[in-house]
Design a protein around this ligand. Structure first.
Ligand code: KIV
Length: 263
């Protein structure tokens, strides 16, 4: 899967699928299932590192996870998330850090949160030959500014701002835009306005594609989950049960049995 193929999918009216992965094992499963885009999201901070926000995630941690994910990816487009403060301070930082994802991580593209506020940094990354995916709506890296992960664009002025940001991102040259936590009607408006694909998470059915955090889809993350998550499996309970049965077997002298022992 390549950037031009992703753009072509929208033109052909074919939906785009995208999931997160943070390691090679999960990435291989997602890749072999035929998902179009694998995102090494900075959501790894909350999903697997135990942080309460994505803000503490560092460039070196993202590079490590992107590199191990890349070993499991044969077909999908591999996109890496630019973590907090890897692009905010200057265009030079943005280009240098985006370049690291391609050189050291094996990614094909990067994702950057924000609209007009980071337009010059996005243009600089694209000018360096690095494809960029935009991200509007809920911006988890701005959680302290917005006061939480609240649905964005509910009133007309903020809807207008998100639409304008998406148009600005397209003009800047991004190849796709993630729209997180916005009303379905606004997502439809943006999807109809842009030529590049929109990929929704909590943005309704009218987007050109959908993205979810893999651990949410698999039912591994603890409740409560956001309204937009659909669990396609409930693995957390299965894992807990397997671990409990192992403990009981060891404590009860039932494991290892004859079959699991060398003779
Ligand atoms: O970090 C992440 O996983 C993301 C997706 C939820 C789009 O940005």
């Amino acid at each position: 899967m390549t950037v031009p193929e992703i753009i072509r999918k929208k033109a052909d009216g074919r939906k785009i699928t995208m999931l997160t992965a943070y390691d090679c094992l999960f990435a291989r499963i997602v890749d072999e299932a035929g998902i179009d885009i694998i995102l090494v999201g900075d959501s790894l901070g909350t999903v697997i590192q135990g942080h309460t926000t994505t803000l503490p995630v560092t460039m070196d941690e993202m590079i490590y996870h992107t590199r191990i994910v890349s070993r499991g990816v044969k077909n999908a487009l591999l996109v890496a998330d630019m973590p907090f403060m890897s692009y905010q301070a200057s265009a030079a930082d943005a280009v240098y850090n985006a370049g690291r994802f391609l050189k050291e991580g094996g990614a094909a593209a990067v994702k950057v949160e924000g609209g007009s506020a980071v337009g010059d940094r996005i243009k600089a990354i694209i000018a360096a030959g690095i494809p960029v995916m935009g991200h509007v709506g809920i911006l988890p890296q701005s959680v302290h500014q917005t006061g939480g992960y609240k649905v964005q664009g509910k009133d007309e002025p903020s809807a207008e701002k998100i639409l304008n940001d998406a148009v600005m991102l397209e003009d800047a040259g991004v190849f796709a835009v993630v729209m997180e936590g916005i009303p379905e009607s606004l997502a439809k408006r943006i999807t109809e306005t842009l030529l590049i694909p929109t990929i929704g998470i909590g943005a309704g059915i009218h987007c050109d594609g959908q993205v979810l955090v893999l651990h949410d889809l698999l039912g591994l993350t603890p409740q409560p989950l956001p309204k937009f998550v659909k669990q396609y499996a409930v693995l957390r309970g299965l894992f807990a049960d397997a671990v409990k049965r192992f403990k009981e077997d060891v404590e009860g002298g039932k494991y290892p049995g004859n079959d699991e022992s060398y003779h």
